[in-house]
Every structure is written in C-alpha cells, then in structure tokens.
Design a protein around this ligand. Structure first.
Ligand SMILES: *Cc1c(COP(=O)(O)O)cnc(C)c1O
Length: 391
C-alpha cells in the first residue's frame, strides 16, 4: 500500500519542479570552487561578482595566520556540544559580546547562530497580539519569516516610503501597546540605504515605538570604524535592536544584536532560536572576535570598495538604466527572466561571475543581474567589467 502511495506523492513534487523549469525559475545548487576573488564554475575561472566577502577578509591568508598564531588553546574547540543555556556558553561568547557592546557604546550585545536564527527569533520573542510591526516592503526573507512566526499584526510600508510610514504611525500608535519599525540598512536586492536618522526622528515622536535595523550588508563595510550605516549616520545609540550578521563582510558565521541589557535578558528567556539550538563552536566565535577587533584598520578597503562601487553605478546609469543602489550591492535591472539569464551567461563567458536574480526573490518584472562587489577587485578589472556590461 505504502509503495503505491509514494510515487504519487513524489510525482506532485516533480510536477512543481517541471513547472518551475518551464518558467525559468528552477533553482539548483551551483557546483563552484572559490579562491580569493576568483571563482571556478563550469570549467571556467571568473572574477567573483556574487560574493558577500565584501572586504576580502574570508580569503585573507595573513589575517588567518595571525589568528591561528594568537588563538588561545581554550578556544580551539570545534563544537560547543550544547545550547548556550546549558553547557554551550563558552568564555569566547562573553568576550565577543563584551567587545561588541564596547565598540558600539551599548549596554549589551547577544550573539546568535546565524542571521536567519536572529531574524526568525527576535520578533516572535518581543511581540504579542498587542504589537504592530511596520516593516519595509523589501525586508529580507528571514525577517518575513520572523514576522510570520510572531503573534503581532504587521503592515508592510512601501519601500523607503517614510511619508507612508509617518502616516501609519500617526494612525495606529494609539491602538497598540508597542510598535516596532523594521528595516534593513543596506537593502540586499536594490543596494539602496535606509535613512536611519529619519527613522529615529519618526520613532521619537511616540513613546511606544521601537526601531529594529538589520545591518547584514552594512556591518564592516560602512562607517569610519566599520560599525555600519548606523555609525555613518550618527545614530548608534538610537536603535533599539541594532542587528547584523557575521556571515558576510565579517568573514565568519553567526549574528548579533546590540541592545539594552533588559532586552538581552528578555531574549535569553524568550527567544526560541537562541534557546533551542546548539551554540556556535568556540573557534568560530573567537575568530569573529578577532575580525571584529581588526575592523577599525580596514578603512582603506572600505574606501576602495566605495570607489569601485561608484564606478559601476555610474556606468550602469550612463548606459541608460536606472540604478537605485547607493552601495556595493548593485542591480542591473533588465526586466524579463530570460533576459537576465542570458545577460548573466554572457558576462560569465567574458570572465565575470554574476548571477541573475528572479522573482519571487525580487518583484515580478524586475529580474536583474546582481553585482555584489568585493574590495579585492582592482580598478582595471572594474573598467573591463563596465565595458563588458554595456556591450
Ligand atoms: C544574509 C542576510 C541574513 C541572514 O544572515 P545569515 O547569517 O546568512 O543567516 C539576514 N538578513 C539579511 C538582510 C541578509 O542579507
């Protein structure tokens, strides 16, 4: 009996996959091999324009060697073997969190297993049916999932439309015990940058509004000391949940929130994706702390990344295509799925590994190439890229 049911149930999946393939939306895991700014795929060696190693730290051998020379024997531990609430809370965690708090000038910080754990865990923990979440239309899937898991009511405001947000706050602030405004700083698909200072100003108008900012693409890359867009815009102290991940420019794994102590204490008691998962291995946490302690020295890399990013944005605009980006994440919007796939293949044939991004990751009709730049790219390589992109 079971044997008869099984093929039919699998057949449903196959049918869905066939449909995805028919409309150019089938995803497969790419077989690639990375080395520094290079990537090998399909037997071709290309410049990697799809990496999140924004400052080239993940492939920096000197940095890695310095870490291995100085790492404490105590931290050479490749599993925590437990949740942090049981026996997994190694000293490396305390050291990382106190460095975070002191760099950001905050009361406390809390570290998580990943940005996905962070965003699916914090919002359900700190909200209830008496909470309204106001989230930017383009926030990351992990934030959407966090909102879905929460008991809060949610309204998505149009992307970066602070006038609409202002109206929503004015209209609803009296109806809810708490309102949480949720945004990214550098948006992951358009590469534009939130006006955190404006959001802080809006938040201050009402006593029951809190601000949640995800700096996944801002940490290490923006700000004089690499503390993100919040540092750049002078509002480190004004964000209630200042979040980011270590998996991108920080060249590690995990994520953090910088916050008041009472919020940290509350999360330790209520956040399911912190409580019910094995803590990161101490070796990774020690590496994160090591990279974090070097962030201030990376200003030359940040400046170079900003410079080559400006060149690419200019080239795209000169070719007559609108480009919303204000960062190192730069979309070339082409519209149709097939066109995005074709253009990406063409770039790859010329040695530039850039990937097409299609709906549902981005809105219908805005399929694009997504350039995600690293400071390892040289100006001469950027000039060739701009030339090829216009071809
Ligand atoms: C990548 C990303 C995450 C997820 O972080 P991970 O550490 O990779 O799980 C969360 N938010 C945003 C905006 C991201 O781009």
């Amino acid at each position: 009996m079971e044997n008869e049911i099984q093929p039919g149930l699998d057949g449903d999946f196959q049918l869905e996959l066939d449909k995805l393939e028919a409309c150019g939306n089938l995803r497969v895991l790419p077989e690639t091999c990375s080395e520094g700014k290079w990537i090998e795929a399909g037997g071709r060696r290309m410049l990697n324009l799809s990496s999140n190693d924004y400052l080239g730290l993940a492939s920096d051998k000197a940095l890695r060697e310095e870490f291995l020379r100085t790492v404490k024997e105590r931290d050479l531990c490749f599993s925590s073997s437990s949740s942090r609430l049981l026996t997994g809370n190694f000293p490396a965690y305390r050291e990382l969190e106190s460095l975070l708090a002191s760099l950001f000038g905050a009361e406390s910080a809390l570290v998580f297993s990943s940005g996905y754990h962070m965003n699916t865990g914090i919002l359900p923990a700190v909200t209830d049916a008496n909470t309204l979440i106001l989230a930017d239309k383009l926030v990351h899937a992990s934030l959407i999932d966090g909102i879905r898991l929460s008991a809060a009511k949610c309204i998505r405001y149009r992307h970066q439309d602070y006038a609409q947000l202002e109206n929503l706050l004015a209209k609803h602030h009296g109806e809810y015990h708490r309102i949480i405004v949720v945004t990214e700083s550098v948006f992951s698909m358009d590469g534009d940058v939130a006006s955190l200072d404006r959001l802080v100003e809006l938040k201050r108008r009402y006593a029951n509004v809190m601000l949640y900012v995800d700096e996944a693409h801002g940490i290490a890359v923006r700000g004089q000391r690499g503390l993100g867009v919040a540092e750049e815009q002078g509002c480190l102290k004004d964000i209630d949940f200042l979040c980011g991940t270590f998996g991108k420019a920080m060249a590690s794994v995990g994520a953090y929130v910088v916050c008041r102590k009472v919020i940290r204490d509350y999360l330790v008691n209520r956040m399911r994706t912190l409580i019910f998962t094995t803590a990161l291995p101490p070796i990774n946490v020690a590496w994160t702390r090591f990279v974090l302690s070097h962030l201030e020295d990376m200003q030359a890399r940040r400046e170079h990344l900003a410079k080559i990013s400006a060149s690419l944005r200019t080239a795209i605009r000169e070719s007559g295509v609108e480009c919303p980006s204000e960062s190192h994440i730069i979309p070339l919007v082409v519209g149709a799925n097939e066109k995005a796939i074709w253009k990406a293949l063409q770039m790859q044939e010329h040695g530039f590994y850039v990937l097409p991004v299609r709906p549902p990751t981005v809105p219908e009709g805005t399929a694009r190439l997504r350039f995600s730049l690293t400071s390892l790219i040289e100006e001469e390589e950027m000039a060739r890229l701009c030339h090829e992109m216009k071809a």
